[in-house]
Design a protein around this ligand. Structure first.
Ligand code: SAH
Length: 403
């Protein structure tokens, strides 16, 4: 049955995204979808009638057990394991650097596999935020970003490319492994990971680098794998996709993923929002809010989060707060006020604490939950909008911090 093994050049000719072009090493199945695993098994000669069963086995090992090689897969025959290992591996992007904030926030710089011979391997950042009742992993969906929001550091880096679904999923695998979430993996001994048998990674937010809705298909496939009950098994209610407002994709996101939605709002008038979030020129507030009103599955139990970054003397007046309340009328919403996180050369300052409180009170008195997001990991530039994968800068900062 396994007599006709395809040769590597054949492999390289196929279009699936988990494969390397010839000569760049074996293709990894870590982060593969069920369909991709099925294709890989067919590729190595597994008969059609066995594929479902074999996919289920691989799925369990990769996503439930966190396997990084085929060796421990005791219920898969030795011959098939060897055949798979000749063609594929289960490698994940490499952790190039790990920074740990005083508050336990961790930032990993990950190097992705090269996509061609010229590519040295793009780098992305991924952030883990532990809290008493949850651990949130903030994943990136693109290398860089095209949106150029004027207050966001990531926005100053130009887009390199979309992440594949497997590169998004691998961020979760890497975090689970590093934080001791898989059976047999060891949590770090610095005491900064939640204990008591809680899963270290309980929530996922697509709030890292990139605009998830400009990489819709891969984000959708990644959400399906991450929420699959036989594997990583995160509830969809604990997966939030944040968008700056790519209106034409919002309905599809709700319908096809069932993920929670967050909107990076930041301004209540088009004139200002055009400046802060230039995407607003394409999809103005009226259209954005209309898409929120009809977002599939939004209910009082599943509210849409509106993110609002507090910029001193820019968007933080009581009139802004009142207008925000008026705009959101009728939308199942919660409002997340984010103190602006400064970065070198940023053209804004964070609002004063009293101003943030006054804003929050107006929103709260109108009946909305309005938690102020505590800035996390500021000391390692891991907070919202501070992500920028320039290894050199990162290393320079690390040297500075150490010295
Ligand atoms: N492109 C998507 C996903 C990125 S989310 C989106 O815009 O929603 C990143 C979140 O951090 C967004 O709400 C963004 O507006 C916010 N953010 C960006 N820069 C920030 C900064 N310097 N301080 C605080 N929040 C910031």
């Amino acid at each position: 049955m396994l007599g006709h093994l395809p040769i590597m050049s054949h492999l390289a000719a196929r279009p699936e995204q988990h494969e390397h072009p010839a000569g760049l090493g074996l293709a990894s199945l870590a982060g593969a979808t069920r369909r991709e695993l099925g294709a890989a098994l067919a590729e190595v000669g597994v008969p059609e009638r066995e594929i479902r069963m074999r996919v289920a086995q691989l799925w369990h090992w990769i996503y439930h057990a966190g396997a990084t090689s085929f060796d421990p897969m005791g219920n898969v025959s030795k011959v098939l394991r060897a055949t798979l290992a000749a063609q594929f591996n289960l490698s994940r992007p490499e952790i190039v650097a790990e920074q740990i904030s005083r508050d336990g926030t961790r930032k990993w710089l990950l190097r992705l596999d090269p996509v061609d011979r010229q590519d040295k391997g793009a780098e992305i950042e991924c952030v883990y935020i532990p809290e008493s009742d949850r651990g949130t992993l903030c994943v990136s969906s693109q290398v860089g970003c095209t949106l150029s929001c004027s207050f966001c550091h990531t926005g100053t880096q130009k887009l390199v490319r979309n992440l594949t679904a497997r590169e998004i999923i691998c961020q979760v695998l890497i975090a689970r492994e590093r934080l001791g979430d898989f059976p047999g993996s060891v949590p770090p001994d610095d005491g900064l990971v939640p204990g008591d048998g809680l899963r270290a990674v309980s929530n996922i937010v697509f709030m890292g680098m990139g605009e998830p809705l400009y990489n819709f298909e891969n984000v959708r496939d990644a959400v399906a794998v991450i929420s699959d009950g036989d594997g990583l098994a995160l509830s969809k209610r604990r997966i939030t996709v944040s968008t700056a407002g790519v209106v034409p994709r919002m309905e599809e996101l709700g319908r096809e993923t069932g993920a929670m939605l967050a909107i990076s709002l930041h301004a209540v008038r088009d004139e200002l929002r055009d400046k802060l979030v230039p995407l607003n020129k394409k999809y103005p507030l009226k259209d954005l809010l209309a898409a929120c009103r009809t977002y599939p599955g939004a209910t009082n139990a599943r509210r849409i989060t509106f993110e609002y970054v507090m910029l001193k003397d820019v968007n933080d007046s009581p009139a802004d707060a009142r207008e925000l309340v008026r705009l959101l009328k009728g939308i199942p919403a919660k409002i997340n006020l984010i103190p602006f996180n400064p970065w070198p050369g940023a053209p804004y300052e964070c609002s004063d604490w009293e101003t943030i409180e006054r804003f929050s009170d107006i929103v709260f008195n109108a009946g909305y939950a309005s938690p102020v997001r505590t800035p996390r990991g500021r000391d390692i530039l891991a907070a919202c909008g501070q992500l920028k994968s320039e290894t050199e800068k990162l290393r320079a900062r690390a040297r500075l911090a150490a010295g």
